[in-house]
Design a protein. Structure first.
Length: 163
């Protein structure tokens, strides 16, 4: 017979598994399959039949137990309130089992998206014979505008040497 501590640990494992399946789902290569599995196993957090609601309700009971020092495993006790909590853990376990099967099948069929790569350094390689690109900074217009400003200031007498 499982103790309250066993149920608490089981609940934590189920949360970790669910979260890992959601993360794997985010990397599924086929968008339509990804959205379909998402709606079936994650869904809307406000819907009491959704996977997200089930996950969050079990997580709330874990946080309720961990709010005490030492941890109050009695939250998962076999009496009436604890039995309801244990039923939620069992339902999440069942959901995780189906979620894993469907996710494994979809990954085998469609594959995963590649992980994003971080570019640390940009190296420009010139191909021999290729035209040389000019600078993208507009040097000539800057010189013309700068010269016009200096000429305008000189006409206004800013540079005069009157004492």
């Amino acid at each position: 017979m499982d103790t309250d501590l066993d149920w608490f640990n089981r609940a934590k494992r189920e949360i970790e598994q669910y979260d890992s399946y959601v993360e794997r789902l985010r990397h599924l290569a086929n968008r339509q399959a990804r959205e379909s599995i998402w709606s079936e196993y994650v869904g809307d957090q406000a819907d009491s039949e959704s996977g997200a609601f089930r996950r969050n309700s079990v997580a709330w009971h874990i946080s309720e137990a961990e709010a005490y020092t030492p941890v109050n495993y009695m939250v998962f006790a076999a009496d009436a309130p604890g039995l309801r909590v244990r039923n939620r853990v069992t339902k999440l376990d069942s959901l995780n089992s189906s979620f894993k099967k469907d996710l494994d099948a979809a990954e085998a069929t469609y594959g995963l998206l590649p992980d994003p790569q971080i570019v640390e350094r940009y190296i420009e390689v010139r191909v021999p014979g290729a035209p040389v690109e000019t600078s993208s900074f507009p040097i000539v217009p800057v010189l013309v505008v700068g010269g016009a400003v200096v000429l305008g200031l000189a006409l206004l007498g800013v540079f005069s040497s009157k004492k």
